[in-house]
Ligand binder design. Structure first.
Ligand code: ADP
Ligand code: MG
Length: 837
């Protein structure tokens, strides 16, 4: 549509629209509605399920102003960015009112607590390329946490993305975008210029008010600096945010924590589980009481450590807390009263915040003196003992007596959410405010007295003085009494049953009251701003305190879980052996209702028992057992106690898990290729220090193919990589490996047959399973009797034909057809494009 043909209002719309990125929805304030036009209207109508209408030729849809919040939330949850354009200033006749974008909301930059998951960070990330390095940075605008790193390749980037799970990702347009071939959700393409290291460094130095970034330890990380700078620029200039609460930029290196790739994270159900009930490890460990603690625990679960020193420090802290149950209870009691200090600060800084944010902060600060006192037994280092985190936590936990006092003096007991309607501050807080409030109160009393006077003067008993927003104060007289209305009343309005009048003296007082009210509201708004500035002045100390609270809460949560479920402190060492006595699966151990969880021992030593082949019927407990070992190791490497009677754990550098295709239906992909990709990843990256969990690999293809692959993968792990491996499989043939290889040990899950029934004992015992009991399991599942008995017959025939002339099984040490399969596989090894074998 040519611009000249548009109304001035639509021209204004087009101008504002042009300044926004194409995929941002523009909500344009028109009277009592926010309207969307053109493509925006079509998109939004579908997401919001509201009617699409037309204004002339232009498609449009709108949402009422007073209910906009809910609609905006819905759009953002659907992954859209929303620009809110408001009317600025008063309308003058003949001119259109000025409008401006006052706020842009996007999935990665939400500050509204109602839209955020308290126990999960919400990250805005950026990916920048420079000199073959991938720079990766992410910022939680709601808390101010800001981190950056550099990654060598796309696979590493994928792992980081799986851990961080940003809600929004910035990428430079053009070549940058093309160089990152990942299929990413909610990508925002930005001007590539923002990612240029010099430009980005300038942006960052300006934001942090520093000369150089050396103090952050990011020297030379040009790609990472590019990404971090792009985030700051985007927030300040495109999103128009105030981000004073972002006071630090942390550099991290992947090598400092254990990499848990995306597949392993999912397979082990670390932070999310597949079923409806949350059966994740995180849920089992989470007894945190504050959002800060909840978020930190999640971070720890996704970033286990590989070095023993910091782990021992964490363990020691948990141990000291556990030793003193009274301290644990008391500290947890204080923690209960603490709200989301980090996000509260974030809101005050970015969005301005509201009086309730101040109240939440005050309530949290009020807990600090008690919390510190209760924790103080752990504040001093104990000579001769393992160092703990106690002293550092105690030092970082500050008290804010003045701020606390100020908030106490300032805020009424239950301040409103709205900022502009006053009622926030206590009487006595500010003399001018008191004066105006008194003027208001006096005025209202005067009006009450006036009503009495007028009743007496006119003799109309039902005369009332009322107030509405539209008309202000007026005298209301019912129709029956109109005859007694005095001359000097000025008629204003007629309603069904009454007439409304004013008098000059009433209007004069109204002016005084409304003026005082107006002024006191404006003053409250101003005072709120001052208080907010005062709080933000302490941002750094408050953030540090919030961090210490999170850490303390998390450690108490680990202690609490250890106390509730009888966990023990694992002995960590740098050797290769993993020994568990009576280990339990941390999630099932808590959740099994009827059955009691049966504990099992584990002995992996890197030499004589490096690769365990675990066989046994379906449903016996193979998958549970191998995951339990992985989870116990992972728990030990976040510093937690573990569900076992005794544990000695040689720290691992990575945990790999692979679940065979047919066991993995919930992922709903054509899975054999996925399975092989993930297996390739393991074989290319596992080391002697890794722990590998393989669950039924090779299932997604024909039996012989699958068996051959499983066989050669097992050999490769044992012979070449020497990684500690637990391999659950239904291929009994694999147990033959034990005969020829020193480090292979066979185990099976004990079952007992009774009256042709099968009873699961859940005990892992040495040796391979002799039968697969598939038919018994089928019977348990309720297959018709005839099918069961026919299956037995067929099985009998098959077993007969599998025996050769001297009665030995066909599959001996390495059967002929397997050798052929292996030769085929080995041939493939020489082909460069296949990295699997
Ligand atoms: P498999 O992999 O051998 O088919 P699973 O490990 O999936 O078997 O276990 C099947 C079910 O058996 C689990 O869902 C759990 O309820 C139960 N189970 C497994 N191990 C144990 C155990 N050690 N103690 C009690 N119940 C167990
Ligand atoms: Mg299984």
């Amino acid at each position: 549509m040519p611009e000249a043909a548009l109304t001035p209002m639509m021209q204004q719309y087009q101008r504002i629209r042009r300044e926004l990125a194409a995929d941002t929805l523009l909500l344009f304030r028109l009277g009592d509605f926010y309207e969307m036009f053109f493509e925006d209207a079509r998109n939004a109508a579908a997401i919001l399920n509201v009617a699409l209408t037309r204004r002339g030729q232009v498609p449009m849809c709108g949402v009422p102003y007073h209910a906009a919040e809910g609609y905006i939330a819905k759009l953002v949850k659907a992954g859209r960015r929303v620009a809110i354009c408001d009317q600025i200033g008063e309308a003058t006749p003949g001119k259109i009112v000025r409008r401006e974008v006052t706020q842009i909301v996007s999935p990665g930059t939400i500050s509204d607590l109602n839209l955020l998951d308290a126990k999960r960070n919400n990250y805005l990330a950026a990916i920048g390329l420079h000199k073959k390095q991938i720079g990766f940075a992410y910022l939680d605008t709601s808390t101010g946490e800001f981190e950056m790193t550099e990654l060598p390749d796309a696979a590493a980037l994928e792992d980081e993305l799986a851990r961080v799970r940003p809600s929004e990702i910035l990428i430079g347009d053009g070549p940058q975008r093309q160089a990152i071939p990942l299929d990413l959700p909610s990508v925002v393409e930005c001007d590539g210029y923002l990612f240029i290291p010099e430009q980005a460094e300038h942006t960052l130095c300006e934001h942090f008010a520093v000369q150089s970034l050396d103090g952050f330890g990011g020297t030379g990380m040009t790609a990472a600096i590019g990404a971090a700078g792009a985030i700051v620029h985007y927030l300040k200039h495109q999103m128009r945010r105030q981000i004073g609460h972002v006071t630090r930029l942390k550099v991290y290196r992947r090598s400092s924590s254990m990499i848990v790739d995306a597949a392993s994270q999912a397979n082990l159900e670390l932070v999310e589980s597949r079923g409806a009930r949350d059966m994740s490890l995180l849920a089992a460990l989470d007894r945190t009481l504050t959002p800060m603690g909840g978020r930190l625990l999640r971070h720890w679960v996704l970033h286990p450590l590989c070095e023993t020193a910091p782990l021992l420090e964490r363990q020691q802290t948990v141990a000291l807390i556990l030793e003193d149950p009274a301290l644990l209870n008391a500290v947890r009691e204080s923690l209960k009263g603490i709200r989301d200090i980090e996000r509260g600060l974030g809101r005050l800084s970015q969005a301005g915040g509201n009086p309730r944010d101040l109240l939440a902060l005050k309530n949290s600060l009020d807990q600090l003196p008690d919390l510190r006192a209760r924790f103080s037994p752990l504040a001093t280092p104990r000579p001769g003992e393992q160092p703990s985190l106690g002293p550092a936590i105690h030092a970082a936990l500050r008290e804010f007596p003045e701020l606390s006092c100020e908030l106490e003096r300032a805020l009424v007991d239950e301040p409103p959410i709205a900022l502009k309607d006053g009622g926030i501050f206590r009487d006595g807080y500010h003399p001018q405010l008191d004066e105006w409030r008194a003027a208001c109160r006096d005025g209202k009393q005067w009006i009450a007295a006036l009503q009495q006077r007028e009743i007496e003067a006119t003799g109309i008993k039902s005369l009332k003085i009322k107030f509405t927003n539209v008309f202000g104060y007026f005298i209301e007289v019912t129709k029956a009494n109109l005859a007694s209305v005095p001359e000097h009343y000025i008629r204003k309005q007629t309603t069904v049953n009454s007439e409304r009048f004013i008098t000059p003296e009433l209007k004069e007082m109204e002016g005084k009251i409304l003026g005082a009210e107006e002024r006191s509201k404006a003053l409250e708004y101003e005072l709120f701003g001052e208080l907010r500035t005062r709080i933000l002045h302490d941002s750094v100390a408050l953030q540090e305190t919030a961090g210490a609270i999170g850490l303390l809460d998390l450690l108490c949560s680990l202690a609490e879980v250890a106390r509730l479920f009888n966990y023990i402190r694992p002995k960590l060492h740098d050797g290769l052996s993993i020994t568990l006595r009576d280990g339990r699966h941390p999630v099932l151990d808590q959740s099994l209702a009827e059955e009691k969880f049966v504990p099992n021992d584990t002995e992996l030593d890197g030499v004589n028992s490096r690769l365990q082949i675990i066989t046994g019927p379906n449903m016996a407990g193979k998958s549970t057992y191998i995951r339990q070992v992985a989870l116990i190791v992972l728990m030990a490497q976040i510093g937690s106690f573990v569900p076992a009677a005794a544990a000695e754990i040689g720290v691992v550098d990575r945990i790999f898990t692979r679940v065979g295709a047919s066991d993995d239906l919930s992922r709903g992909q054509s899975t054999f290729m996925v399975e092989m990709n993930e297996t390739a990843n393991i074989l290319n990256n596992a080391t002697e220090r890794s722990l590998v969990i393989l669950d039924e690999i090779g299932r997604g293809t024909s039996t012989f193919d699958g068996l051959s692959i499983a066989w050669s993968v097992a050999e490769y792990l044992h012979d070449e990589l020497k990684a500690r491996t637990l391999f659950a499989t239904h291929y009994h043939e694999l147990t033959e490996l034990e005969l020829t290889r020193k480090g292979v040990k066979n185990y099976n899950v004990a079952v007992r047959e009774w009256n042709d029934q099968i009873i699961f004992l859940r005990k892992i015992i040495p040796g391979g399973a002799d039968k697969s009991y598939g038919i018994q399991v089928a019977r348990l599942a309720g297959l018709p009797k005839r099918v069961i008995s026919r299956a037995k017959e067929v099985l009998g025939n098959l077993e007969q034909s599998e025996l050769n002339a001297d009665g030995k099984p066909l599959i001996a040490e390495e059967p002929a057809r397997l050798s052929a399969a292996r030769r085929r596989a080995q041939n493939r090894e020489n082909r460069p494009q296949l990295s699997l074998f």
